[in-house]
Design a protein around this ligand. Structure first.
Ligand code: PLP
Length: 417
């Protein structure tokens, strides 16, 4: 030790890191087991893979970047909201769905996760609360904490299909939530917001002057043609609404780093929101010029890639459905779309124990349900993205293992309410 610092007792040294980043970074037992298996060179069928580029969904390089986009990218002329040509391309994409969006009311971000951060910065003060669905996507807690805010969960209940528990939304809004988040369709339940739910939630938010954030990253991946499902919220005009989407799911292009926020609602509020978002975006200027220049071409033909991904997820879901009928001890939750499915296994083991046993004995990696805050016991979450051989082999191994465990699901109705 050199100098006077050596003499300062440890307790008096100033804190180095923020308490915000005091995470428990020890690997979970499941992750440690995975590392051991991989170190031993054992094959693991990964049914948690959610990276489309690792599941065979590869765009050709020439489809991603053309020489015109490259040529237009040699100059740096940033627009904090995003280049007008890119915002116009997004407006055109909505127009194909018969939704009118003003390019002046679109703000680009590098990902929907970043879009959430922009919106939390716009709408919340330190310590504010946002209402988020449960079960849902695990990143919310992290995004909220990194932005010094808190999540209050409202419930999705299951009675053969998932519903928003409207009384729990009311509770969240009437206690202290500053913002309401809807995920449409939700991950991992794959449930779309229904029109009657939308009407109730939007009028509640309006009555309380609470803005809504709607995450539509999986909206293109619907298994059903269900007239009860709400359309995109990008056309909502009654209350201040921020609809987010992006290339990571729509085109299976997380590496391109482009997402967007559509601001809709009463004019005066929208204008103020866009002005402030522009300053937030200007602070980072995080979206690359090249992808913005390529956007109109990329969005011009989303159907080919979206269609391929949808065909895979639908096919895998159908395989799971067939495999889980007729005498199986696993029960599949109804899924209306998106990229994950939830399986309920016999209650003898917890979700974490099942995930470990499935990895240990069957060599298949799955998510334990608690990762997504699934209340019901013994649920695991499977990604529907993997190639069909990997998916069907993985599912067959899981069901064989469970069958060998000689168990039956407790027989009670699948219901969280
Ligand atoms: C519901 C939901 N929203 C947003 C994201 C993040 O997407 P991005 O890659 O655009 O940050 C995910 C990622 O899985 C997600 O499940």
């Amino acid at each position: 030790m050199h100098g006077s610092a050596a003499a300062i007792p440890h307790q008096t040294l100033r804190r180095m890191f923020s308490t915000r980043t005091d995470w428990d970074l020890r690997p979970s037992p499941l992750y440690s087991l995975l590392q051991q298996k991989r170190a031993r060179g054992e094959e693991v069928l990964d049914l948690t893979e959610s990276n489309p580029t690792k599941c065979g969904f590869i765009h050709s390089s020439s489809a991603l970047i053309d020489s015109g986009s490259l040529q237009r990218s040699v100059l740096y002329e940033p627009d904090p909201q995003g280049l007008l040509s890119a915002r116009q391309a997004i407006a055109d994409w909505y127009k194909h769905q018969s939704i009118n969006v003003d390019p002046g009311r679109i703000v680009l971000a590098s990902s929907t996760s970043e879009a959430y951060s922009f919106l939390f910065r716009l709408l919340c003060n330190v310590g504010d609360v946002v209402a988020v669905p449960k079960p849902s996507y695990p990143l919310f807690e992290y995004l909220a904490h990194l932005n010094d805010i808190l999540c209050q969960q409202y419930r999705l209940a299951y009675d053969g299909e998932w519903h928003i528990d409207l009384s729990s939304v009311d509770d969240a809004l009437s206690s202290n939530a500053e913002t309401l988040i809807l995920v449409h369709p939700n991950n991992p339940t794959g449930s779309f917001v229904k029109k009657d739910e939308r009407d109730r939630v939007v009028s509640e938010a309006l009555a309380r002057n609470i803005p809504i954030i709607v995450d539509e990253v999986f909206s293109a991946f619907s298994f059903l043609d269900d007239a009860r499902c709400a359309e995109s919220f990008a056309g909502t005009s009654s209350t201040l609404t921020f609809t987010i989407n992006g290339l990571s799911k729509l085109l299976g292009l997380p590496q391109m780093k482009l997402a967007w926020i559509v601001v809709s609602g009463p004019d005066e509020e929208c204008e103020k929101a866009v002005q402030r978002l522009e300053v937030i975006a200007d602070t980072y200027l995080s979206v690359g010029t090249l992808v913005q220049q390529a956007l109109s071409r990329l969005l011009n033909d989303t159907e080919a890639m979206t269609g391929k991904i949808l065909a895979r997820t639908k096919n895998n879901y159908e395989f799971l459905r067939t495999a889980c009928t007729a005498g199986s001890s696993a029960t599949l939750f109804r899924c209306e779309g998106a990229w994950n499915a939830i399986l309920r296994l016999p209650e003898k083991k917890s979700d974490e124990e099942w995930a470990r046993e499935i990895l240990q004995s069957a060599g298949v990696l799955t998510h334990p349900g608690h990762l997504f805050d699934i209340e019901m016991k013994s649920c695991i979450v499977l990604s529907l993205l993997p190639e069909q051989r990997v998916f069907s082999e993985g599912v067959t191994k899981i069901l064989t293992l469970i069958g060998q465990a000689g168990e039956n699901v407790t027989g009670d109705r699948l219901s969280s309410g």
